[in-house]
Design a protein around this ligand. Sequence first.
Ligand SMILES: *[C@@H]1O[C@H](CO)[C@@H](O)[C@H](O)[C@H]1NC(C)=O
Ligand SMILES: *[C@@H]1O[C@H](CO)[C@@H](O)[C@H](O)[C@H]1NC(C)=O
Ligand SMILES: *[C@@H]1O[C@H](CO)[C@@H](O)[C@H](O)[C@H]1NC(C)=O
Ligand SMILES: *[C@@H]1O[C@H](CO)[C@@H](O)[C@H](O)[C@H]1NC(C)=O
Ligand SMILES: *[C@@H]1O[C@H](CO)[C@@H](O)[C@H](O)[C@H]1NC(C)=O
Length: 359
Amino acid sequence: MHFPLPLVAAFAAAVLAHPGEDHSEELRQQRDFFANVERASLAHCAEQLEARGVNERNVKRRMAAIEQARNQRGIKKRDLDDVLNTDHNKTELGYTPSTPADILFAGQNSCVLTPEVTIGPYYVSGESIRRNLVEDQEGVDLILDFQVIDVSTCEPVPELFLEIWHCNSTGVYGGVVNQGNGDFNDKSNIDKTWARGIQQTDEDGVVQFETFFPGHYIGRATHIHLLAHANATLLANETLGNEIYSSHVGQTYFDQDLIDEVQSLQPYTRNTQPYTRNAQDIFLAMVANQDIDPVVEWTLLGDTVSEGLFAWYAYGINVTVTDKVTPAVFRYEEGGVANPDFSNGPPGWPPGGVPPIAE
Ligand SMILES: *[C@@H]1O[C@H](CO)[C@@H](O)[C@H](O)[C@H]1NC(C)=O
Ligand SMILES: *[C@@H]1O[C@H](CO)[C@@H](O)[C@H](O)[C@H]1NC(C)=O
Ligand SMILES: *[C@@H]1O[C@H](CO)[C@@H](O)[C@H](O)[C@H]1NC(C)=O
Ligand SMILES: *[C@@H]1O[C@H](CO)[C@@H](O)[C@H](O)[C@H]1NC(C)=O
Ligand SMILES: *[C@@H]1O[C@H](CO)[C@@H](O)[C@H](O)[C@H]1NC(C)=O
């Protein structure tokens, strides 16, 4: 495992120098996480596939063979440059939101554990089971398919609750009031639910969301957060409540030229926050340098980006993991309530405003 630790430390320190901006927590959590991460290699999947005979999907066998060949020859694995230089635009292939899962996800690294990435300071529990997350928000339409694969069986995981959340087209998260997120004086933002939702995987381990392309905010490249729920119970009001366990917490990314095109459109152009490119995003680099490409494959829905996009990504997760999650905010029938345990900042900092710094 090779990731630029001194760079992380330097970046975290630089960010910490601006106390009004709280993304340092994302960096710190991430550094701590990578200090402990155990990378599952393709090797265990190759064994599984062999044990189950010759009928397994060719794609996975080929991937295992490539991995073995690389190892034997000492060839370097995928790194950030490879990810940045890969074009994920599959428009020419003619895929649509109804393309079968085995075709759509065939080329993806799905039987490898996708590295976990910090949950960050914007996770809100208690969100709704729903496919469409747009509400009143404006932005480029984005239909997203995620497939979840169990890395110990290399099979899809059905009936799993997968949750996503992302910022809006001007780089603000709904549902969280903190000093790094939009207008801190707009307390009504804590009750916003757009760009957040949960779906349950089907028999192919796939969920589909209809949302809009996220904007960007200081210190981070454009991304979408994702959480695979563990031990979830579906409540009568179509939520999973506020006691949350996860099998996987991740983030997913987009091609830089696609982001550039989206950002040239309204209302993305109204975003005045500094812009971080993929090549500068520390979390993207950490995942890419572990031989994982965290960028979605995608296709135009029409002839231009403004007509909307369809994107897809397959995650490899370890379904036996059940990590307790500490949300920044709990969502109840009455609205959002900042989690007091999430705030450990200096006196006077707002609840939910400054996440604890884990050293
Ligand atoms: C994004 O969300 C913030 C907070 O609710 C809001 O002030 C802003 O207008 C939203 N952006 C757009 C383009 O609607
Ligand atoms: C998750 O569910 C399993 C099976 O019901 C149980 O054994 C385990 O204790 C639960 N874990 C947590 C953290 O609740
Ligand atoms: C994606 O590919 C399509 C078809 O080849 C092309 O028309 C379009 O310009 C590409 N878009 C981007 C952002 O690369
Ligand atoms: C999955 O997680 C369990 C702990 O819950 C661990 O013992 C096991 O080695 C992990 N499996 C893989 C393939 O990472
Ligand atoms: C959903 O139900 C739970 C359990 O009764 C409750 O605590 C929560 O406030 C409800 N959430 C919403 C959004 O109605």
